[in-house]
Design a protein around this ligand. Structure first.
Ligand code: DAH
Length: 341
């Protein structure tokens, strides 16, 4: 046999030998470059064909073509095998499935639900209203004067398309009184918006619950009793309330309600800043001007209303010290409120 054909046979054995030792895709690629690459061994041998004696050219060329085909096919097969192995080691199909994260109720939803339940037990029904309001329901019918700061675009979000993001849940009172005749006994929870710079106690979006009771002979004593009953149901039976005179356009007289601090029982601590009392919300007797605006006869009916902040309640209920946590949707925060309080 011509020495060139013997040499070719040695290349063939060497190739198969090297291939059998390969177990990774990168060394297979090196082997491919070495043998069938553009400047590889086989390409080099093709260049020598012309210099061979005529009688060797034919058999050598044929054997070289066979070697090229063999190398190409073998490398292709090895590549498929190694890629398959790589997928099987990266994706371990025997692993147990990763279960999706189970959801949990938002702390504000939990507190709102508890507030609803307490008032439903006392005979109140739950109403909702639109978050985008008009000036009539948000200000005019609520006896809010033209000069009131709540009407200022610096305090309140006016939408370009018209409409105002409600600054309080009080307009729901108006919508209910326009629709229903007394007796009326409702609460109305929902989101509210004010142009406040966010900090630990302010958020441009927050939530309130409104309360409204209208009937013949409703007095401020009913208001005080109902508010006290609510806070005792929510925080515990030792809670006391305190009503301080205040002003709201839609109630006369108006008051702000404080409760004894749920953390120190009234002795004074970090949460109540040493005073023993915590301010919770506003309330009062429905102003006759409000009754006039909705067509309820203020000579026949009286009523009271209140509004309180749900974030405030939640912060006390769960000892949360920053209102921004409620709206950042951080799983590490939200995941702590799985079940019911
Ligand atoms: N709307 C008031 C506020 O956001 C809270 C309030 C006070 C509501 C007195 C009432 C009320 O219904 O009678 O500050």
């Amino acid at each position: 046999m011509h020495e060139k054909l013997v040499e070719l046979d040695q290349h063939r054995s060497a190739f198969l030998d090297e291939l059998s030792g390969i177990s990774a895709l990168d060394s297979l690629e090196q082997l491919r470059v070495k043998y069938i690459g553009r400047k590889g061994l086989i390409a080099g041998l093709f260049k020598e064909v012309g210099k061979l004696p005529n009688e060797v050219k034919g058999p050598f060329g044929k054997a070289l073509n066979e070697l090229k085909t063999l190398a190409t096919e073998q490398i292709e097969a090895a590549q498929q095998r190694l890629e398959g192995e790589q997928i099987r080691t990266e994706v371990d199909l025997t692993l147990p499935a990763r279960l999706p994260r189970t959801g949990s109720y938002h702390p504000l939803a939990l507190v709102e639900r508890e507030v609803r339940k307490i008032f439903q037990r006392m005979g109140f029904t739950v109403e909702r209203g639109p978050e985008i309001e008009d000036a009539w329901h948000l200000f005019d019918a609520l006896n809010t004067p033209e000069w009131h700061p709540a009407r200022e675009p610096t305090d309140t979000f006016y939408l370009e398309e018209g409409g105002i993001l409600r600054t309080e849940t009080s307009p729901i009172q108006i919508r209910v009184m326009e629709r229903d005749k007394p007796p009326i006994r409702i609460i109305a929870p929902g989101k509210t918006y004010r142009n406040d710079k966010p900090d630990a106690t302010h958020s441009p979006m927050f939530s309130q619950v409104e309360g409204l009771y209208v009937d013949k002979g409703v007095t401020m004593a009913d208001l005080k009793g109902t508010v006290l009953a609510f806070y005792r149901a929510f925080f515990g039976s030792s809670v006391k309330t305190r009503f301080r005179p205040h002003f709201f356009p839609f109630t006369e007289p108006s008051a702000e309600v404080d409760i004894t601090c749920a953390f120190c029982g009234g002795n004074g601590c970090r949460v109540c800043k040493g005073s023993g009392w915590i301010e919770m919300g506003g309330c009062g007797m429905v102003d006759p001007n409000v009754f006039d605006a909705v067509g309820i006869d203020s000579e026949v009916y009286t009523g009271w209303a209140f509004g309180l902040g749900i974030e405030r309640l939640s912060m006390l209920a769960y000892d949360i010290n920053d209102i921004r946590l409620f709206h950042e949707n951080d799983y590490r925060f939200l995941g702590q409120f799985g079940g019911r309080r």
